[in-house]
Design a protein around this ligand. Sequence first.
Ligand SMILES: Cc1cc2nc3c(=O)[nH]c(=O)nc-3n(C[C@H](O)[C@H](O)[C@H](O)COP(=O)(O)OP(=O)(O)OC[C@H]3O[C@@H](n4cnc5c(N)ncnc54)[C@H](O)[C@@H]3O)c2cc1C
Length: 379
Amino acid sequence: MTHGDEQHDVVIVGGGPIGLCLGVLLAQGGSDVVVLEGRAERTNHSRAIGIHPPGLRVLAAAGVADALAAQGVAISRGAARSRGRPVAELAFDPPVLAVPQWRTEETLEARLAALAPTALRRGVRVLGLAGVGGGGATVRAAGADGEPRLFRGRWVVAADGARSPLRAALGIPVRERAYPDAYVMGDFTDQTADRSAAVLYLEPGGIIESFPLPGGVRRWVVHTDTLVTDPTPKALAALIAQRTGAVVDPASSTMLSSFTVRERLAASMRRHRVVLVGDAAHEVSPIGGQGMTLGWLDAEAFAPLLADPAHDGWPELWDAAERERRQAAAEAARHAALNMALGRSLPPKAMTARNQVFRGLYRFPPLRSWTARRFTMQT
Ligand SMILES: Cc1cc2nc3c(=O)[nH]c(=O)nc-3n(C[C@H](O)[C@H](O)[C@H](O)COP(=O)(O)OP(=O)(O)OC[C@H]3O[C@@H](n4cnc5c(N)ncnc54)[C@H](O)[C@@H]3O)c2cc1C
C-alpha cells in the first residue's frame, strides 16, 4: 500500500441499488465502508420499478422505506384479463411498491451520505483484484482523477452487476441461459381506470403487463416474438391497442426500450475474501420483477457476517447464508421462467381453453392467496 491507497473494513464494488443498500446497512452498524462506483453520475435509464414486501423490509432496516413509500405507488391489486374478460383478481397484502429504480438509488445514496459522507466514491472504476490473503482482499482501481489506487478491505463485495468484472477476475463460473422471449417497454400517461392495480393481459399475440407509476404514469411491457430493435411510441401504442383495446397516447411517452432475457447464476457467491451480491451473483429475468429484492435480501443476509470480524473464522455461517441465497435465486429464476412461458403467444383457441382453466382454478381463495404470495416473494 502506498500513499493514496486506502484500507477499510469492507470495500463494496458497485454503487447500484444493492451496493448502496449494503453500504447503508454496514455504515449504520458502525463499519468503515467504501462504495466504489465507476459511473461519475447516476443513470436515469429505466429498469426496476417493483419493490416486493421482503425488499421493503430490508429498506426499512436501512432507514429509507418511508421516504420511498412517499415517492411511490402502492400496488395492492393485480388483475388478469383476456379479450376484455376477467380471468383472475389477486389482492397484494402487503402491497408491492412501484418506484423508478433511479429514485430508489437516489434515496439510498442520500441515506449513505447522511451516515458516512465520504463512503460513496463516484468515478472510481475497479480494474481487478490486486491480491487476496492476510485476512483481506485488495482491488486495483482508477480514481476519479485517473490515478491508480488500491483499496483493501477485510472483505471485498462484488455488487458490480450482471457482467461482474470481479466475478470474472475470481474465475467463478456462471450458468447462463438465454430465453426466446423479447419485450418492448414504455411509460405513458395512464389513461386506464386501473389506478393502482397491476394488470396482465393474457392475449393470443402474447402477454401485455401494465403497472402504475408515480405521477399518473403507467408502464407497459409487451411480449414480442423477436427483438424490436427500433421501437417507437406510436408502434407500441398500436400494439397495445390491437391486443388489449387500451388507449395509450404516444405523445405522452417518457421512456421506451426493448430487451431480450437472460439468466445468469454464479456457481458460488464467495471466494477468498470476496462476496458476490445482487446481479453479480444472480441475474434473473425482469419478468416477475424480483431481481432487485433478491439482491437486497443478499445484503440483509451478509451484512451481519461482514460487519463482525468474529464471523470471519466461521465458514459454516457463510456457507449457510450462501446456500439460502442461492436457493432463493434459483427459485426466483424458476418463477420468472414460468411467468415468461405463460406470456408467450398461443393460438386463440388454446388461449381461450387455458384461460378457462385459470378462471376455474382462481375461484378458490387459497389458490389466489398462494399465487399473490408467490408473486410478491412471500413464499
Ligand atoms: C428492464 C428491466 C426491468 C427490471 N424490473 C425489475 C423490477 O421491477 N423489480 C426488480 O426487483 N428488479 C427488476 N429488474 C432487475 C434490477 O434492475 C436489477 O436486479 C438490479 O439493478 C441489480 O442491482 P445491482 O446493484 O446488483 O446491479 P446494477 O444495478 O447493475 O449496479 C451495478 C453497479 O456497479 C457499477 N460497476 C460495474 N462495474 C464496475 C467497476 N468495475 N468498478 C466500479 N463500479 C462498477 C455499475 O456502474 C453499476 O452502477 C429489472 C431489470 C431490467 C433490465
